[in-house]
Design a protein around this ligand. Sequence first.
Ligand SMILES: [Zn+2]
Length: 306
Amino acid sequence: MNYLLLTNDVETHSIYYNTLRDETGYKVYKQAIPYLLDLYEKNNIKSTFFITGYIAQLYPGVVKMIADNGHEVACHGLTHEVEKAFDTLSLEDQISHLKEAKKILEDISNQEVISFRAPALRVNKDTPRALEEAGFKIDSSISPQRLDFFFSFGSIEKIKRLISPRKIYFTSNENLARRGNSKIIELPVSSFSLPFVGSLMRYNNLLFRILKSFLVIEAKYFGTAINYYMHPTEFIDEYSKEKMKVNRRSKSFLKYIFADIVRRKMKLKNLGAPAKLLYKQFILDINNNGFETVTIKEYCKIKGFL
Ligand SMILES: [Zn+2]
């Protein structure tokens, strides 16, 4: 059997405004999540939702809806603030952020929360230990063979991922991107140079489909799971006629140009209704390829890791 993991990162980051906004979180709650849950129900899909503690506290209904529909509630950190990314936090702070977010999500969902994806996929040498200490079992923050250059934050740390495994594995105690003896299971995010994510699907659908064909062949011959992710905020269009200055998140000029200005321009393409259409097409197409769609937790059980 071939497996497709459709995962979603639930947060208040506005793609249009390039910043965190509670108003965007409200649209995620009222528009994007109901849309996704309906789409998944119609297509018999169980999905994993990585949710920040912040949006869970702001709109607990988001977590309730997801849990009530039988999907996996997973953790996307306590906050998505760039200054509090996991690779900038001490071991103690990583543990306390993880514990707090886990408690918030478990209290609302009545589910045990054991899966984690770091905001912006930023982790460091302390993250495997922090995850173990906070009671997590699964990580999905490693994107093997993905080339980021200046387009994302924490790209130096991400260079380690150029040789990380493509199939499910137990991580080392110091590095989520390597096999080892820790108790943490890594479920790599599908990528090959380019990441297999919603923004590629919207920005260049041809490249996305080429990458998908490659991943389908890899899955069939090597038994790799396809692990795709997108953000519910991609189904929201916040376009406004007012001219705006792009919010600067980094002091470095290069980072500002690539990770803020250029990246934002790319990410604005096909937001909202066109994104819904592209996602539907992708789901139809993958169904025709005979893939089973399960949650990350379920996949780990099927593979005997949990
Ligand atoms: Zn995120």
